[in-house]
Write a protein that binds this ligand. Structure first.
Ligand SMILES: [Zn+2]
Length: 434
């Protein structure tokens, strides 16, 4: 980690310089920066465009099309590359370093201080940006309090490099439902969530989290998974309907949205009934609930790759349901796609180590039935709508923030080239160049 920390510090100085340069007022065409792309996938259209120039002034895109070049113009040439909007991961945990087993999780909460975990989170934020993710929705800190708010603010103020962040702070669950669990009753241990019981307590926690900077409210709606004889993934719902409704009502009343961890039958059903804004994981979703998600505009964030990543490790620990869940998940994903549910790209990075590229998720989405163009939109325009940032990011068009990535080759022919992002611009500042 020591080596990584030094890289981070060096990077930080470049970054601050970059921001200063990018924010100079524009006085003429010499202040426009041009990117020449062999191919452009703009995040919205079905078809790519050839030989496109993107003009950038300060932190915004101000032209997409063609330009006549003169010798005094600032141009970044990306021959052989496809340009895309900066990628968006709508389910991350920058405060987590992978938790295949319960021990992996417990050790982070018991042996690492929140301050140390925050230092690791700054490294993860830089990694996310270098993988090509220029925006993330980070859905809870797993026992590290409000450290995500501080990281979001530090990135916005140019202190450390990282993606744009929406954060969910501590998340909510009920007594006895979320780690750390299994310790003696006389031993006080930290919890990965804010524990709430009863609708008034839930409402108070929502108010508290918003007061301290939460953009989203995250709830854990189910636990204890098992496959029924008819193949349905069953669970124990954590909250009562009264509690879940109180959370959603309070968050919405304060103009905030609710993300619900719901992997199986009852957790998903109760979340949909209560009116949450996104279903996280959704390994099994009943057809009736998929229909309700379409009519109520509830997003599905499937997080496929993490399921495979943790399956064998968790089975070895005795939780044999995890490998079985993959097939069930594939069936749900295909039914959701067919039903027309809005599917936003999300990976659960942090649930797997940040040294793994979260862009591996794209390959799974395509293998399970999406077209490459659909998978790309799920991580660009669709994800920006989930985050209510569609006016600012999620596509390459004039007026949007200059969040642009490029890959060598054609992601429509081979989706895995998205694991090879080698050009990253966020806010008009270049962080990575081939
Ligand atoms: Zn998660």
């Amino acid at each position: 980690m020591r080596k990584d920390a030094w890289v981070s510090i060096l990077f930080c100085f470049c970054f601050v310089g970059g921001i200063a340069a990018a924010q100079k007022p524009s006085t003429g065409s010499e202040n426009i920066l041009y990117i020449r792309c062999d191919t452009l996938i703009d995040g919205k259209s079905e078809a790519p465009r050839k030989d496109v120039v993107i003009g950038i002034t300060g932190d915004k895109i101000d032209l997409v099309g063609a330009a006549a070049f003169t010798s005094n113009m600032r141009v970044i040439n990306l021959p052989g590359h496809t340009c895309l909007p900066g990628l968006i991961d709508t389910h991350t945990h920058v405060l987590l370093q992978g938790d295949i087993t319960a021990a992996d999780y417990d050790v982070q909460l018991l042996k690492q201080s929140p301050e140390y975990r925050t230092i690791l989170a700054t490294v993860n934020a830089r990694r996310a940006l270098e993988y090509g993710f220029t925006a993330i929705r980070d859905v809870e800190t797993e026992g590290a309090g409000y450290a995500d708010v501080d990281l979001r603010n530090a990135i916005n103020r140019g202190v450390v490099p990282g993606p744009r962040m929406e954060v969910a702070t501590r998340a909510l669950d009920v007594t006895g439902a979320y780690p750390l669990l299994g310790y003696a009753p006389n031993v006080a241990v930290p919890h990965g969530v804010q524990v709430v019981d009863g609708p008034d307590d839930a409402r108070r926690a929502v108010r508290e989290q918003i007061m301290y900077g939460a953009d989203w409210i995250k709830v854990y709606s189910d636990r204890s998974y098992r496959v029924r004889s008819d193949g349905v993934l069953d669970d124990i719902p954590t909250f009562t309907m009264e509690e879940l409704r109180a959370v959603v009502d309070e968050a919405h009343r304060e103009r905030h949205k609710v993300a619900s961890h719901a992997m199986a039958l009852n957790g998903v059903h109760n979340s949909v009934e209560a009116g949450v804004d996104s279903i996280e994981h959704g390994n099994y979703i009943a057809d009736a609930d998929l229909k309700a998600m379409v009519s109520n505009g509830i997003y599905y964030v499937p997080t496929i790759f993490v399921g495979e990543y943790v399956a064998q490790g968790r089975a070895a620990e005795g939780a044999r349901v995890w490998p079985q869940m993959l097939k069930i998940h594939e069936g749900t994903f295909r039914r959701a796609l067919k039903a027309g549910v809005k599917i936003a790209f999300g990976t659960d990075a942090g649930g797997f180590a940040w040294t793994e590229n979260p862009a591996k998720e794209f390959g799974y989405m395509v293998r399970w039935g999406m077209t490459p163009a659909q998978a790309i939109r799920s991580a660009t325009s669709v994800a920006s709508e989930l985050m209510e940032m569609q006016e600012k990011i999620g596509s390459i068009e004039a007026g949007k923030y200059a969040d642009i990535v490029a890959v060598p080759g054609d992601p429509l022919a081979d989706i895995t080239v998205l694991e090879k992002v080698n050009f990253v611009m966020k806010n008009g500042v270049v962080y990575k160049h081939p």
